[in-house]
Design a protein around this ligand. Structure first.
Ligand code: ATP
Ligand code: MG
Length: 379
């Protein structure tokens, strides 16, 4: 590992934040030295306010060092060469809230001048990789914290960078999301990427990092290989399987006889993370099994209905005239219709009606005649 190329070199780095008058406000980083080597995952650890984000901003060229030097790919952090090979996930992603996942990634891909074909493929692959396939058309403002983190990670990988800086990549993620992101980081390492991981979640760092350094109040307080630093030479650990209580007792007796101080002898506890993931996996499988049974049942019912349906329809279609026998109508020859009959039918039904009509007319005439007579008095 020591022969490998140094991707990042930090030498005697100081950063002092000053106020408006140029007076010293905060010494965020003091005399920091470390390097990140090609193909490794390097952890930058420290409590809140230790200077991790400030160091990252210096590596990205977003801040100028007060003293000291930073190089990335042997170049200044502000050079286009190093920026092209760098991916960055900020502590908080500032993505446009009214873009969806596709649009956001397309936007960043365009900033890197990726050709349309490459862009389309990269956007699709990344959305799938970070598990946002089903939410790809939703506005980012509607995303949960974990989803926003995932799209942030996808954005950091849009230019297929050689070196990736991740500031708190798992913040806001549930244990499953955290595990997925850790697996993703390890996968990226397998593909030859170099990663600087900044976190105060120690289990994250322990699970994925090769080397780390710890900052405290801007000072580096330790640096090294994770296995070496975490190994306790004085303490021996034996892990075995199938040691029943009787044999455990005998073993404890033997240790006591030998004068060996035993800190702990008993069944090994698994980590809460793996226990949690096991439980979730079990629940997921059970749910899937239930859904499968439901689906199978539905399919079975549909199959049965399918078998019955055409028969019923046929029966309905074919058997209807047979089942509901229409009263047989005697087929009689159509009555002969004569023209005179039709004319008769046209005439008023009752003769009284016509008589009344005539009567009325007669009265009218009579009255008119009488009127005429009264109008012309006899001479
Ligand atoms: N823009 C700024 N102006 C003045 N002081 C700042 C500025 N940014 C950070 N600091 C100070 O620098 C110190 C280091 O801050 P930094 O954000 O680098 O810490 P950190 O290790 O990233 O912490 P956290 O784990 O909370 O993210 C803190 O004391 C902080 O208050
Ligand atoms: Mg920070």
């Amino acid at each position: 590992m020591s022969d490998t190329r140094k991707i990042v070199e930090v030498m005697k780095l100081h950063k002092v934040y000053k106020d408006f008058w140029g007076r010293e406000k905060v010494k965020a980083v003091t005399n920091l030295n470390f390097d990140v080597r090609q193909g490794e995952i390097f952890g930058l650890l420290g409590p809140n306010g230790a200077g991790k984000t400030t160091t990252i901003k210096l590596l990205l060229g977003l801040l100028f060092p007060s003293h000291g030097k930073v190089t990335i790919f042997n170049q200044s952090p502000r050079s286009i060469f190093s920026k092209n090979r760098l991916g960055f996930l900020p502590e908080e992603s500032y993505l446009y809230p009214y873009q969806n996942a596709e649009e956001a990634l397309n936007f960043y891909a365009k900033l890197f001048n990726l050709p349309a074909k490459v862009r389309k493929k990269r956007v699709n692959d990344l959305i799938e990789m970070v598990g946002l396939d089903r939410a790809r058309k939703r506005f980012i403002k509607e995303y949960s914290k974990g989803m926003a983190r995932r799209i942030g990670i996808a954005q950091a990988l849009i230019n297929d960078p050689e070196f990736i800086i991740l500031d708190e990549p798992t913040s806001g993620l549930d244990p499953i999301g955290t595990r997925e992101i850790k697996d993703l980081i390890l996968e990226l390492k397998k593909h030859g990427k170099t990663i600087l991981l900044c976190s105060h979640l120690l289990s994250d760092v322990e699970d994925v990092c090769d080397r780390f350094c710890i900052l405290y109040n801007g000072h580096k307080i330790c640096e090294g290989d994770i296995d070496t630093l975490l190994e306790n030479e004085d303490v021996m650990q034996v892990t075995s399987k199938g040691l029943d209580p009787d044999r455990q007792k005998r073993l404890a007796h033997w240790f006591a006889k030998e004068g060996v101080e035993v800190y702990q002898l008993g069944n090994k506890k698994q980590r809460l993370e793996s226990f949690f993931l096991q439980q979730i996996e079990k629940a997921r499988e059970e749910q899937m099994e239930q859904q499968k049974t439901k689906r199978e049942l539905k399919e079975f019912v549909a199959e049965v209905q399918k078998d019955q349906q055409p028969k019923d329809v046929l029966e309905q279609l074919v058997a209807k005239p047979v089942e509901k026998e229409q009263p047989k109508v005697k087929e009689e020859p159509a009555p002969e219709v004569k023209v005179e009959d039709l004319i008769k039918k046209e005439q008023p039904k009752s003769t009284e009606e016509s008589e009344v009509k005539v009567e009325v007319n007669q009265n009218l005439i009579d009255s008119l005649i009488n009127k005429k007579e009264t109008n012309n008095p006899p001479k």
